[in-house]
Ligand binder design. Structure first.
Ligand SMILES: C[S@@+](CC[C@H](N)C(=O)[O-])C[C@H]1O[C@@H](n2cnc3c(N)ncnc32)[C@H](O)[C@@H]1O
Length: 304
């Protein structure tokens, strides 16, 4: 049924409804959880369709060969590690790929034996349920706000923000030309360009944008993609530019963890002059497919 047929059918139903029940029915359409749930599911369907679409353009590991540092860092991990992008591959998709023998959750401890251990999965994107949690439960109403995703990669945060929030503008800044091309294609295809923009740049060149941002999102941006000294420089830039009082910063992992791993302990203990942590109610969102541990990696701060 297309829009005009659906509209006619709804008007028909309203015309056939007992007059004294019409206000109740309209109130149900406007305010009920049934409709809200339908809308949420519909948005999830759009995000899944985008993920389907993007999978066609990328190899299984969802990384471009040009990402030499990220590939090296994944291989150097002490435990066998695989990049499985959580936006592109939900749990059920991973299960079917394992069943088809295209992916494995295990590696063999002694070649040829049945002794196996779990492979560690890392993701360079938020999953669809993390995006829903982020925009519905972590962040406040974003009506009229400017949201900047630092390192927007596949654009998951931009599409999630478009569908799950009323943000006025969602800007992704991505250093990889190939990922910018991919995001631009999706933004145009799905008609998100009235509120979404993708910039090909190093975030450190975007002083004005970062100064004006109401919300800055930093999901594991630098760790796999920059040398430690460049990561320190980038954090320095963020802490100097992102100073709008009351603006919100979302990080994965916590900012302290990111700085301590760079041996920036002094900077980590001095963030109180810049940010205050805002507690997140993780219990507010529990769905069957929710990985609570990954939600707990999400941290929210307010610029003081
Ligand atoms: C872990 S991904 C984050 C993906 C996305 N924000 C999300 O949450 O789904 C990090 C991305 O940051 C990009 N990146 C790393 N350093 C950057 C920098 N200095 N400026 C802009 N992008 C950067 C990388 O190319 C990579 O695509």
């Amino acid at each position: 049924m297309d829009f005009s047929e659906a509209r006619k059918t709804i008007l028909n139903v309203l015309a056939r409804t007992d007059l004294h029940h019409v206000p109740k029915l309209i109130n149900w359409i406007k305010n009920s959880d049934d409709i809200d749930n339908f809308m949420v599911d519909n948005k999830k369907t759009i995000l899944r369709s985008i993920a389907d679409n993007i999978r066609d353009y990328l190899p299984l590991e969802a990384m471009f060969p040009s990402e030499t540092m990220a590939i090296q860092k994944t291989q150097q991990n002490p435990k066998p590690t695989l990049h499985v992008d959580a936006f592109l591959y939900e749990e059920e998709t991973v299960d079917s790929l394992c069943d088809e023998g295209k992916m494995s959750r295990n590696f063999c401890l002694n070649c040829g034996s049945h002794r196996t251990a779990l492979i560690e999965f890392i993701s360079h994107s938020f999953s669809i349920s993390e995006l829903q949690f982020l925009f519905h439960h972590v962040l406040p109403d974003l009506m009229g706000k400017l949201v900047v995703d630092v390192g927007s990669r596949l654009g998951a945060v931009l599409y999630g923000g478009y569908l799950y929030s009323a943000a006025a503008q969602l800007v992704g800044v991505e250093i990889s030309k190939e990922f910018v091309k991919l995001q631009t294609m999706i933004v145009e295809k799905y008609g998100f360009n009235d509120r979404v923009q993708v910039i090909h740049a190093d975030i450190c060149s975007q002083n004005v944008l970062v100064q004006n941002a109401d919300v800055l999102i930093m999901n594991n941006v630098f760790e796999y993609f920059m040398e430690p000294k460049d990561q320190v420089r980038a954090w320095e830039f963020i802490s100097q530019s992102f100073r709008k009082k009351g603006a919100l910063l979302v990080t994965v992992p916590s900012i302290q963890e990111a700085l301590v791993s760079l041996q920036e302990t002094n900077r980590a203990s001095a963030i109180d002059d810049w940010l205050e942590e805002v507690p997140i109610d993780y219990s507010a969102y529990v769905q069957s497919d929710t990985d609570l541990d990954s939600l707990k990696q999400i941290h929210l701060y307010r610029v003081v």
